[in-house]
Design a protein around this ligand. Structure first.
Ligand SMILES: *Cc1c(COP(=O)(O)O)cnc(C)c1O
Length: 393
């Protein structure tokens, strides 16, 4: 299976980093390999996921939405995981791993603040010091999440370099890690970055797909025809897809942020419109200009607003295992409203893109098709923004 020993998914992935980062990455890879297979780690993690994070999350048959669309849709309810999204699966796993490796300090970067909050939560739970790097512009935009992290005992450090947003916060966190890796673990929030991160994050998020497999077989006595999820860095989607990889009858659909349209500069459709390149230590698809400089992206949902994508997705695209599409801001808003009205579930704007895809492409599916959609998070965080956009406030 993949990745191979060098962290490659086919030609993608790897470890394209300055020499100073090789030592901490090798130490992490070794620690991960030794610790995750122990009984102690497995028991502790399973217990925390169950008692603290609320797993397993339900696989809910959305009857009203299914009637509306004309085929069967199940929602994997990651919105019901503690803190309201799938991100907690990864942060609890990584912080527990760090603790068992003897680390005392956790660092992370965050854009919208969701990953920062999930990391601060896991750090509070496991008694670890926590520092979160955040671009100055994002700090201003996401005041509530900044305060949440502070309540949870984390220190939030403003980043004033570059574009003062997520990619600069990642650079700053890497700098901290190089200096302090003996005491410190760097929690990356998606299936991106240098090897072994895409592997580690995928394995922690695979709990989504493993549960789904068990649940759909209980309910339908068969595997689904389609899995669909939104793709930012790609962790909730890979978490759902990966445990079904070898079942070729199960088709995978990833949906990226189409922003204001693919013929504008305002989108974050990395797999649809990007080119092969290197970002944050990994060879994958990247949104870049003719000089290889990283483009500024846009999406109505902060979680999809990233110019890179996990190398495993690049590999799935290249080999035809998954299909990737983009859905624009407007269609995502439609998905947001329709799920709220039909099912009484207000989704986050990120998975609203996947709902939007089903609405716009419902003719593609047959009446007895079974589709599982990863509802990666709840919409509370987005309600104010949607109200503002729609002129309700
Ligand atoms: C962060 C986030 C995403 C995007 O991240 P992936 O790594 O692509 O899963 C999607 N949905 C929600 C609710 C998020 O918070």
């Amino acid at each position: 299976m993949f990745p191979d020993k060098k962290g490659k998914f086919g030609i993608f992935g790897g470890r394209f980093v300055p020499e100073t980062l090789i030592a901490p990455l090798e130490e992490l890879e070794k620690g991960y390999k030794e610790i995750v297979k122990t009984k102690e780690f497995k028991e502790k993690l399973n217990n925390l996921l169950k008692e603290y994070a609320g797993r397993p999350t339900p696989l809910y048959f959305a009857e009203n939405l299914s009637k509306y669309l004309g085929f069967k849709v199940y929602l994997k309810r990651e919105d019901l995981a503690f803190t309201g999204a799938h991100k907690i699966n990864n942060t609890i796993g990584q912080v527990l791993l760090a603790k068992m490796m003897g680390k005392k300090r956790i660092i992370a970067e965050t854009g919208a603040g969701q990953h920062g909050v999930a990391t601060a939560t896991a750090s509070a739970l496991l008694n670890m010091e926590c520092v979160v790097y955040m671009g100055e512009i994002d700090l201003e935009r996401q005041k509530l999440n900044v305060y949440r992290m502070k309540l949870l005992g984390a220190k939030v450090v403003p980043v004033t370099s570059g574009s003062k947003t997520l990619k600069d916060a990642i650079n700053e966190a890497m700098r901290d890690w190089i200096t302090n890796f003996e005491t410190t673990h760097y929690v990356i929030g998606s299936v991106v970055g240098p090897h072994p991160y895409p592997l580690i994050v995928r394995n922690f998020q695979s709990v989504i797909g493993k549960e789904t497999k068990k649940q759909i077989i209980e309910k339908e006595k068969r595997l689904p025809d389609y899995l669909i999820a939104c793709v930012g860095g790609g962790s909730n989607s890979i978490g759902l897809f990966y445990p079904f990889y070898k079942y070729k009858s199960v088709k995978f659909i990833g949906v990226e942020g189409g922003g204001q349209g693919l013929n504008t500069d305002k989108h974050s459709a990395t797999l649809t419109k990007g080119e092969k390149g290197i970002l944050h230590g990994s060879f994958s698809y990247v949104l870049q200009d003719n000089y290889g400089q990283i483009k500024i992206t846009h999406s109505i949902s902060a979680g999809l607003d990233y110019p890179g994508v996990g190398p495993e997705h690049a590999f799935y695209k290249e080999t035809g295992r998954a299909e990737y599409f983009s859905v624009d801001d407007k269609t995502a808003l439609k998905g947001f409203h329709i799920l709220s009205e039909l099912e009484g579930i207000i989704p986050a704007l990120e998975p609203s893109h996947a709902i939007g895809y089903l609405i716009e492409n419902k003719d593609r599916f047959k009446k007895d098709d079974i589709v599982v959609l990863c509802l990666s998070g709840r919409g509370d965080k987005d309600v104010l923004e949607v109200a503002r956009i729609e002129g309700e406030l």
